[in-house]
Design a binder for this molecule. Structure first.
Ligand code: PLP
Length: 372
């Protein structure tokens, strides 16, 4: 039973079919002959489809190899674009490492980072307004947090930037957000740049995308043959793009309801058992449920489930080897809640029956191995 869908997801049947078919379009999309043109057409069809889900124009969407690359391209590009005016970067204290580590790297080039609290999964808008009283090159606020599922108020961030006149570019890491919340498309319209990744929604790894608002000309982060209108050189991954589009097309409102039903069952079962903390922000995607299973260490619970073939995680996959989660600390969890935190990643492929089995397995693990 796979409940680690915030780490990655199984490619759907439609995504695999689209991928396999597009592998047949082996031409280089930049080649003028018929094989190249066929590949180009498939690439542009995928771009049009994905941009309709993002809520942007097709010519505002650039393919990358990952969400990480999309974040890097946006952040280094925006900094280069704006840093002659100011080197201040404002970001939340719970960004993904593919955002935070870029900003840390830019500190070596004179950037000043200002962190905005996200206690209880709520972006502190007053602190943001205060930070924006001085000029800023860039504001990074993620669409949905990868550990708590928190959906931050991008619309309020846009308003704060416009009101302040600070001139910052608004970058939004929407890797966990795209298609995962009914408000997401509206929120994403407020971002100047936004990062996406296909493997979080049942497409394969190796393909991501970056939205860049029309009129904003960012310098490239990767140089070479000038593909993707010069922003991201490198021969395009046509099969990956086709699979991304196919998987996105399947992520309907109906699928969101099925994720919600599984989540509600889990919450009900665990609430009835008691002594469980729900690290749930007021506004969240339903696909990420963070709990503290008091009485048993996260790792012990993980291992007890893993030997039964049930997969969940303690925090994010990338921070799992780095000790306690800084995101959950920023959320405001105390030691006992941190030590027993678990992240359950729910996808439309999970069922209510699986939710019951997962709840049983978690509670049995606590009974058997719980000590702390
Ligand atoms: N941003 C967030 C919020 C994520 O959860 C992840 C992946 O876990 C990334 C960025 C990086 O995406 P990718 O794995 O495609 O590089």
């Amino acid at each position: 039973m796979y409940f680690d869908n915030a780490a990655t997801t199984v490619p759907s049947g439609a995504a695999v079919r689209a991928y396999t078919e597009a592998l047949g379009l082996f031409g280089n999309p930049s080649s003028p002959h018929a094989a190249g043109v066929a590949a180009r057409e498939a690439l542009e069809a995928a771009r049009a489809a994905i941009s309709s889900h993002v809520g942007c124009r097709a010519d505002e969407l650039y393919f990358t190899a990952s969400g990480t690359e999309a974040n890097n391209t946006a952040i280094f590009g925006a900094f280069a674009f704006a840093s002659r005016r100011t080197k201040r970067i404002v970001l939340t204290d719970s960004e993904h490492p593919s955002v935070e580590e870029c900003v840390k790297r830019l500190e070596a080039f004179g950037a000043e980072a200002v962190y905005i609290p996200t206690r209880s999964g709520i972006l502190d808008i007053d602190a943001l307004a205060e930070a924006l009283t001085k000029p800023a090159a860039l504001v990074c606020v993620m669409a949905a947090n990868n550990e708590t599922g928190a959906v931050y108020d991008i619309e309020a961030v846009r308003k704060a930037i416009d009101k302040s006149g600070c001139g910052a570019i608004l970058h939004c890491d929407a890797v966990q957000g795209l298609l995962k919340h009914a408000d997401m498309k509206r929120l994403l319209k407020c971002a100047d740049t936004a990062a996406f990744s296909a493997h979080k929604l049942h497409a394969p790894r190796g393909i991501g995308a970056l939205k860049v608002r029309a009129g904003l000309r960012l310098p490239p982060h990767i140089y070479g043959g000038g593909q993707e209108r010069g922003l991201r050189s490198g021969t395009e991954n046509v099969a990956g793009a086709a699979a991304f589009a196919a998987a996105a097309g399947e992520y309907t409102a109906e699928k969101l309801l099925s994720v919600k039903a599984v989540r509600e069952r889990l919450v009900k079962r665990l609430s009835e058992a008691g002594n469980v903390g729900f690290n749930v922000p007021p506004k969240h995607i339903d696909g990420i449920l963070n709990i503290s299973l008091f009485g048993i260490k996260s790792e012990t619970a993980l291992n007890a489930l893993s030997v039964q073939g049930i997969y969940i995680s303690a925090s994010s996959a990338c921070s799992s080897r780095k000790g306690q989660s800084r995101v959950l600390k920023a959320y405001g969890l105390e030691k006992a809640a941190l030590d027993s935190a678990l992240r359950i990643g729910i996808s439309p492929y999970n069922t209510v029956e699986e939710a019951d089995k997962l709840a049983d397995a978690l509670l049995t693990a606590r009974e058997r191995y719980g000590r702390i």
